[in-house]
Every structure is written in C-alpha cells, then in structure tokens.
Design a protein around this ligand. Structure first.
Ligand code: SF4
Length: 225
C-alpha cells in the first residue's frame, strides 16, 4: 500500500515497544481492565470473558461488575437461580444461554473442584460456552501461563503485519505459537485489542498515523487513512 517504499524487516520487539506507547491513551482491553480492578481469579476471568462474547466492552465491563457485585466466587454464583443470573447480566448479548453456562460452571467447580476453578486448560475447555479465546485469556491473566488469546483484533492485525498468514483465529493462534516470543504471549492481547480498535481498525486502518508503518506489510489493506 505504501507505494514502493522499502520496508524494514519486521521486528517484534520494536513493534511491541511502539504499540505499548501508542495504546496508552486508549481504554484497556476488557479482561485486563477487570484484572487491574481485582477481578483476577480464574473463575472471574472466565465468567467475564463469557459475558464479553459478541458484546462491546462498554457493555460487558459494567455487566461483569454487576454480577460480581452480587456474587464473585463459584459458591456464591452456584446459589443463584438461572433467572437471577440472567437478570444480572441481561445487558449482554445472548444473556440467557450465558446465564445457564455460568451457573453450570459455578456448580461444577463447587461439586468437583472444591470451589476453586483450577488453572487447567482441559477443564476450562470442557465447559459449554468456553472456547480457546476465553480459556487462554483466563489461563494467561489469572494463572500466569504463556497463552495466546486470539480475538478478531489479534487475528486481523498480526496477519496485516505479515507476521503470520492464517485464515482463521485458530490458525493464527497456532502460527503465533511458533513465532511469537513467549514473553509476549499474554501481552499481545493486551496491546492489540486497543490497537485494533483505534489504529489498525477493521475496514479503513489509520496507517498514516501508525507507529509501525515502516515495517508492516499491510497485507490485505486496500484502503487506509
Ligand atoms: S494500521 Fe496499517 S501500518 Fe499499522 S499495523 Fe495496521 S495495516 Fe499495518
């Protein structure tokens, strides 16, 4: 896109350094914001991520806070009825099935795991409503495991860089696992969610003000600002 201008080789350390700076003024990615507020147990992170699916952060953040204001630990959530949970999270998309899923997780954690959700990918992925994106976020943020959570932003941005070439978020996750230094596995979501929302946006990215234009391949970008 940038005419014939030569690009420098992509340097992930430099990219992270510049993007850290670029996202400073913007709101944090939802799960990281909640963790900074103290909602950082595996259960809270997993439940908040379920609430956030297909829901804007502006809605999912207060929704998660409202639920946790009433019930934060699995034993407390397990005592609620599906209707009570549904009412607490009714502002998010698909609140009815999500309420049932959250209650089922809380009950199973109480019955099977002594009331604390273990830092175990297999256990998390066995719950209805939990996919790799949410499991990896909870394992990364709450458990400190080097997990890459690929949402639409991480998928789109890393493919535009030319850093990976993958058609689906699942393939992007696998490709990133092979090339991304482990120290960045959790941080990539923290950085690329706000970066994808405010700079490398969906249809017309803001390439002219992008801090890594000099090394981004702008793959698939047909129009930019
Ligand atoms: S905004 Fe443009 S230059 Fe920056 S990462 Fe996205 S596609 Fe690359």
């Amino acid at each position: 896109m940038e005419g014939e201008r030569a690009k420098r080789p992509f340097d992930i350390d430099v990219a992270f350094e510049r993007i850290r700076e670029a996202v400073q003024p913007h709101p944090k990615a939802a799960m990281f914001a909640l963790a900074d507020e103290g909602f950082r147990s595996p259960f809270e992170q997993l439940v908040a991520c379920i609430i956030s699916i297909r829901t804007y952060d502006e809605v999912s953040l207060p929704t998660a806070r409202r639920l946790f204001g009433r019930a934060r630990i699995p034993a407390e959530v397990a005592r609620l009825s599906p209707g009570e949970i549904d009412e607490l999270i009714e502002t998010c998309t698909f609140h009815e099935p999500k309420a049932r899923q959250i209650l089922a997780i809380a009950r199973r954690v109480v019955d099977k795991y002594g009331g604390a959700l273990p830092c175990d990918a297999e256990v998390m992925l066995s719950f209805a409503g939990v996919g790799p994106k949410c499991a990896n976020l909870a394992l990364g943020i709450a458990c400190g495991q080097p997990r890459i959570s690929v949402d639409v932003h991480v998928h789109r941005v890393t493919n535009r860089w030319g850093y990976v070439q993958a058609r689906t978020p699942e393939w992007t996750e696998a490709a990133l696992r092979a090339v991304l230094p482990e120290a960045y596995h959790v941080e990539i979501n923290r950085l690329l969610v706000p970066f994808g929302k405010h700079v490398c946006t969906g249809t017309v990215p803001r390439c002219s003000e992008c801090p890594i234009l000099d090394m981004c391949q702008q793959q698939g970008v047909r129009k930019h600002r």
